[in-house]
Write a protein that binds this ligand. Structure first.
Ligand SMILES: Nc1nc2c(ncn2[C@@H]2O[C@H](COP(=O)(O)OP(=O)(O)O)[C@@H](O)[C@H]2O)c(=O)[nH]1
Ligand SMILES: [Mg+2]
Length: 359
């Protein structure tokens, strides 16, 4: 199989999660009473017809629903999320009346709201890489404009996630205009201002196209991120295209060779996003996530969504503990503000300060 991402070798260990979140399907046991009508014996021809209608499992393929939520990802400097962290992330992203909400759409950095204290994460990549499709799937709502034509997202669009009645969102996601084909220099200028100056920004997710592979414009962007010490992480989009050429081939399940193809692509990419022996500045986070907004796996969700939701919350400083409540700080009037323990941790705050010292 031809690997679409650049070919360079490096030592990489993949650590898949033990098992996916258990199914919530319950079975009810029933007893057969005397009044239960017995099914009539089927005619052989009828049985044959029924068997023909049932999709036959492929002898060597695993159904997509059997893949664990992190199986197509690679974690080497970080820990793969646990089942409870993934469940927490899915819960925060569950759509409600207060989530997702569109917060702002802007073309100029200087007009972005300065008073917000909510952590932000941005999604960047070449035009058509699948940013808007991914965001719609993460948020479970068609709030971003998607198109097969490049250069259709022309502004920065902010969406709040995890908000409750009267409360602020937990995290803000930004859909950005794409770079490369169909892009414009002035968008690039505004995006760089945002990435360099925005205090609320915790991490930028750079999408690399699984169909077309890494391009010169991606390499330039990765270099800029290192040069300006902007925290970033890579997501390979359209992983369905690495698994198999056609959508229906992937829909019918994946072979071990398909999965090994993805792993090889990620190994090759690791050497590019964390180049050895060059003092260019901090490289990408030591994990690569993959996604497909076109085929569905676990619980009918598109591939990779839960793990990306967790990465977003982790970047924003949430630790995934839901129940515990702690006193956060004095409210200035002698009292104390009780807040959920899943506010961004002090450690995450101080890391962010360090990062902005570089700019
Ligand atoms: N096969 C495949 N196609 C995708 C996937 N994600 C997006 N696309 C398609 O790629 C095109 C561009 O998607 P869009 O989300 O608008 O990209 P953006 O320009 O980066 O925001 C659309 O035609 C999408 O249907 C994916 O995971 N797999
Ligand atoms: Mg878009």
């Amino acid at each position: 199989m031809k690997h679409r991402l650049l070919t360079l070798t490096s030592p990489l260990t993949l650590r898949p999660l033990p098992s996916p979140i258990p199914s919530t399907t319950h079975r009810t046991l029933t007893t057969t009473t005397a009044s239960t009508p017995h099914p009539q014996p089927q005619q052989p021809q009828q049985q044959q017809q029924q068997q023909q209608q049932q999709p036959r499992p492929h002898p060597t393929k695993r159904p997509l629903a059997d893949l664990s939520p992190t199986e197509l990802n690679s974690y080497w400097d970080t820990q793969a999320p646990t089942a409870s962290q993934l469940a927490y992330a899915d819960k925060v992203f569950t759509p409600s009346r207060h989530s997702p909400i569109k917060l702002w759409t802007l073309a100029k950095f200087r007009t972005t709201p300065i008073s917000s204290t909510t952590p932000e994460v941005a999604f960047l990549g070449r035009s058509n890489v699948g940013k808007s499709s991914l965001l719609n799937n993460l948020m479970g709502a068609e709030v971003c404009y998607t198109s097969s034509k490049p250069g259709r997202t022309t502004t920065m669009n902010a969406f709040g996630i995890g908000g409750t009645k009267g409360g602020e969102s937990k995290v803000v996601l930004l859909d950005m205009p794409g770079y490369g084909k169909g892009s414009r220099t002035e968008w690039g200028d505004e995006i760089m201002k945002y990435l360099n100056k925005r205090k609320q920004l915790r991490r930028t997710f750079i999408l690399i196209d699984g169909l077309h592979g890494i391009k010169r414009s991606d390499l330039n962007m990765l270099e800029l991120f290192r040069e300006y010490a902007i925290p970033h992480q890579v997501i390979v989009s359209k992983v369905d295209k690495i698994l198999a050429k056609r959508r229906n081939q992937v829909m019918s399940g994946v072979t071990e060779a398909n999965i090994l193809g993805v792993r090889k692509s990620l190994r090759d990419l690791k050497a590019i996003i964390q180049p050895v022996g060059r003092s260019e500045g901090p490289p990408a986070l030591g994990e690569i996530l993959t996604c497909s907004s076109s085929v569905s796996g676990n619980h009918g969700d598109h591939l990779g969504m839960s793990a990306i939701r967790w990465a977003i919350l982790a970047a924003a400083g949430y630790d995934g503990r839901m129940e515990v409540r702690v006193d956060r700080q004095s409210d200035g009037e002698g009292g104390s503000i009780a807040a959920d323990a899943d506010v961004p941790s002090a450690e995450a705050e101080s890391k962010r300060e360090t990062r902005w010292d570089f700019s």
